[in-house]
Design a protein around this ligand. Structure first.
Ligand SMILES: Cc1cc2nc3c(=O)[nH]c(=O)nc-3n(C[C@H](O)[C@H](O)[C@H](O)COP(=O)(O)O)c2cc1C
Length: 225
């Protein structure tokens, strides 16, 4: 599957089978995580045993407690840490989807119980539950594109396709609190409108926008619709 197909196939999954991820896939995941850590200057870690990461009542109710493993999203505590975690973490999420695994970004976790290494100047921002889902999840409800495009007027196909992929992105409580704009000079801007984990959301959204825009451009769909 290409990145577009993976974006379309991915949905949050909160109930998992009691089945560990095979060693071969773990190795592939670790390699992808290492690649993203290097590119994003992050310290994300695969934790094969989720342990009691999701020991809270809410998570038990939501089902995340059944996730066999987690990816701990950690990095040096800098201003853009959350956005970088979103941008690179989503690449891991889509890679996992390609391995036939399911995931769910999760802000409700017990930080004391995440079996990961957090350096002194680092921060554990969020985790990603990962494993074999009981199902494949379902498509979320989405805002209309006009609601997330900052300026009016006709836009090129590649921009609209980028927005379409951005609207398929996971966001905390499906808030989709972001605005994307196309400037006169052809540059694209991304702004968050506040809300819980909205900076992580913004990184995720930016990545999926780029996948869409690049895909459309590669197909030669540069014209205005
Ligand atoms: C930053 C972030 C935090 C999230 N936190 C949680 C969480 O704590 N618990 C949960 O069940 N889902 C969580 N989600 C999953 C969202 O609820 C989900 O992405 C959204 O409803 C859209 O659905 P989809 O992922 O199936 O497209 C989170 C997603 C993001 C991006």
């Amino acid at each position: 599957m290409n990145q577009i197909e993976l974006i379309k196939a991915r949905h949050s999954v909160r109930s998992y089978l009691d089945k560990p991820i095979e060693a071969e896939k773990v190795e592939q995941l670790k390699a992808k995580i290492a690649e993203c850590n290097a590119a994003g200057e992050l310290h994300m870690q695969f934790c094969p045993d989720a342990g009691k990461t999701f020991n809270r009542v809410l998570n038990k109710f939501m089902g995340l407690g059944s996730a066999p493993s987690v990816i701990a999203c950690i990095g040096k505590d800098e201003d853009d840490l959350e956005e970088r975690i979103g941008y690179y973490g989503e690449q891991i999420v889509l890679f996992a989807q390609g391995l036939g695994l399911n995931t769910c970004w999760a802000g409700t976790f017990n930080p004391k119980n995440v079996p990961a290494e957090v350096g002194e100047d680092e921060r554990l921002v969020i985790v990603i539950a990962i494993g074999y889902g009981v199902n494949q999840g379902k498509q979320h409800r989405s805002k209309d594109p006009e609601k997330v495009i900052a300026s009016g007027g006709e836009k090129p196909y590649w921009f609209n396709y980028g927005v379409e992929m951005a609207l398929l992105a996971p966001t905390a409580i499906n808030q989709q609190k972001f605005l994307i704009d196309l400037k006169e000079d052809g540059s694209v801007t991304f702004a968050d409108q506040g809300g819980i984990f909205s900076k992580v959301d913004l990184g995720i959204v930016r990545y999926q926008f780029e996948v869409g825009a690049e895909h459309a451009k590669a197909q030669g769909r540069l014209s205005r619709q």
